[in-house]
Each structure stands twice: as C-alpha cells, then as structure tokens.
Write a protein of this length. Structure first.
Length: 365
C-alpha cells in the first residue's frame, strides 16, 4: 500500500521513461497529480500487477521446460553429482561431445544447474508475492532415452525427434539484417531443420557407427545454442512490459545469464565436425568453406546490424527483442523445433494460455 500512496522516485522515473504520454501529462500537472495518478493506473497492492504475475508465470513454465531438456542432456552428456543428480553418463556420447570442447560435460552440468535455479527462484518469488508457483509435473509423460546412462522417467520435452533451427548462426553474423525489421535468415545446418533427428542417443544402438553418434553430438551442440539464444531474446523482449522495478531487476538479472550460455554454446557449435551421418544422410557442412562471414565459425561476437530503423548507425545488439507477441513467439519456436513432439493437447493449451497472458501484460496493468 505504501507503494501506492508514496511511489518511490525510482518507480516514477521508470514510469516516466516507459510511459512517456502518461508521465509527461502528470509531470506537467505537478508531482501531487503524479502521486495520485499512479495508483489509479497500477492495479498493484503489496503483491504483483496481474501483468507482472503473468510474465513471471510464463517464464517459470519455460524455465521448467528448459530444465527438463537440460536434465536429459546432463544425464547422458554432463556430470552427475550432488548439484545435478540423475543418470550415469554415456561414455561414447561424451567422447563425441568433447570433440566440440573438452569441457562440454562441465558446461552441460552448469547450464542444467542454472536452469533449475531459474524456475525455482521465479516460483519462490511468485509465492512470496501471494501468487502461485507453476508446476508442470502432470505433463511428465514423454519417454526417456533407452540408452545406458539415462534415467527411465517421464519427461516434459523430447530430444529424440528435433528439427533444430540454426538460423541464429547467420542472424548474429549478419551486418544488414534484423528479424525485428522483417528480415529472415538462412539455416547454418539446413539438414537439421529439414528432418527429425536425435540430440541424445535414443538407445545403445545409436552409439555407433562413429559418424552417427558424432552427428548426434553435433545436433546437441547446435541445439544448446538454439535454446539459449531464445532465452537471450525472450527476457529483454518481456522486460519491456513489466511494471515493478523489482520484477524488471529479476528479468534483467536472469536474462543475461541465458546470453552467457548462448555465447559459450555458439563458440562450441562452430567446432562441430563436418560430416554426413551414414544412417540418415544428415549433413554437417564445413561452415568456413564458402568464405562467407554469415557462416564463419569464429565470428562469435554479435556483428553490428540495424536496430529500430535502418537510418540509425548499425549497433551490436541482441536480436530479436520485439516485445509484441514475444511469449507466443518463443512457444512457437520451441514447438517448431520439435521439442514437444508427443505432448498432449492439454499441455499445449496450458502453455498457450500462459503465453497469451504474458503477451497481454501491459505496464501498470
Ligand atoms: Fe533459464
Ligand atoms: Fe537457458
């Protein structure tokens, strides 16, 4: 209630920054008007605005789904310990992941642990504000890998029939295009998007021949970055529509960790061994062969590109960050990648409902 009758300077600063029209009118009329105008605008008490709650609930759901997929990677390709328990590892899979970087098991472990903390924190914060935590346990019905090393439990996500979108690779290397300006981007690994491929061994038969299990590890290497670039865009996209400075702080503090993950993974993806999977024809091309900067593997810093308007000078940025429809865009992207193949209609209804509510959130509402 204190926040309603006596808004902090920081809060009004953010409002005047983001709500130019309202703030300009209120400021012109004097600070007394500003103080009384904000409570009428922001339907918040000690808790969260409905918009902030919707954004946090959606993020919690996505973090739970991220955790589920990373857990599967960690059981077979990471380090199983007290921080990230479950599974026994798969030596043959780990050896091929290590072609991308010797430290892959440690990175997989750490990314998995981070995702656990993301949803656990957001859920705890929701509860602390009188809202409710997100729980997707009833949708843990998808099968586990049958390969030695994986737990045999129900899963939320499917890593065994992926159609991985690798357009982020060319998007972050383009100096002229931005998805927020309507541009589209070529796939770095066109074959991955064109079929359904495992990113973890489905069973022990998948551990040979050599180029088959290497192709599975390569697929994982690209999928890691596909997932984490999504988070890198999602947090800044949604941050533009949160109301509370503290919720903004949460989004601005978690979001860049997704980008730290992405940056690591896009470096490793460039080390994927060029090959053709002898079992299904999936091709991982030599990305440096064409000489084009759009696929040059060591261009891992975001190339500067156009932002907001093509008349501004180019700038190195996260892209996309358009806020309209960002939540549903993320769900559609993950769905198109095949991550939820086999999930129930009810699962999609719940996920779409959370995304729609997040996309309906407005500052102060
Ligand atoms: Fe996360
Ligand atoms: Fe993540």
């Amino acid at each position: 209630m204190e926040g309603q009758s006596n808004p902090s300077p920081r809060r009004s600063t953010r409002r005047s920054f983001l709500l130019t029209g309202l703030a300009v009118g209120a400021t012109a009329a004097g600070s007394g008007v500003l103080a009384s105008a904000i409570p009428a605008f922001a339907k918040t008490t000690g808790g969260l605005t409905s918009g902030d709650a919707a954004i946090l609930k959606f993020l919690s759901a996505l973090e739970i789904l991220e955790t589920d997929l990373w857990q599967q990677y960690n059981e077979l390709g990471g380090i199983q310990d007290a921080e990230v328990p479950g599974g026994d590892g798969s030596d043959a899979y780990i050896k091929k992941l290590q072609v991308l970087d010797q430290d892959m098991p440690q990175y997989i472990h750490d990314n998995t642990e981070d995702e656990f903390t993301h949803f656990t924190f957001i859920n705890a914060y929701l509860v602390s504000k009188g809202s409710s935590a997100i729980n997707l346990d009833k949708f843990r019905n998808l099968p586990s890998s049958k390969a030695t090393g994986a737990q045999k439990i129900g899963r939320l996500t499917n890593l065994m029939e992926l159609s991985v979108d690798t357009s982020w690779f060319t998007r972050y290397r383009s100096r002229t295009k931005n998805p927020d300006l309507g541009d589209s981007f070529a796939q770095a690994i066109p074959g991955l998007k064109a079929g359904k491929f495992p990113a973890i061994p489905r069973n022990d038969a998948d551990l040979a021949p050599d180029d088959h299990i290497q192709a599975i590890a390569n697929t994982a290497g690209f999928h890691f970055a596909t997932i984490e670039q999504g988070g890198s865009s999602l947090y800044p996209s949604l941050a533009q529509r949160v109301s509370s400075p503290e919720v903004l702080r949460i989004l601005l503090s978690i979001g860049p960790t997704e980008t730290m993950h992405f940056q690591t993974w896009q470096d490793k993806a460039g080390n994927a061994k060029p090959l053709t999977d002898p079992t299904n024809g999936l091709v991982f091309p030599d990305l440096n062969k064409s000489g084009s900067e759009d696929t040059q593997t060591n261009l891992i810093m975001p190339e500067p590109t156009f932002f907001l308007k093509r008349t501004f000078p180019v700038v190195s940025i996260i892209r996309p960050t358009e806020t309209t429809g960002a939540a549903m865009g993320a769900v559609k992207g993950l769905t198109a990648d095949g991550l939820f193949r086999g999930q129930s209609k009810e699962f999609f209804n719940v996920l779409h409902g959370l995304a729609e509510a997040a996309d309906a959130a407005r500052i102060g509402d």
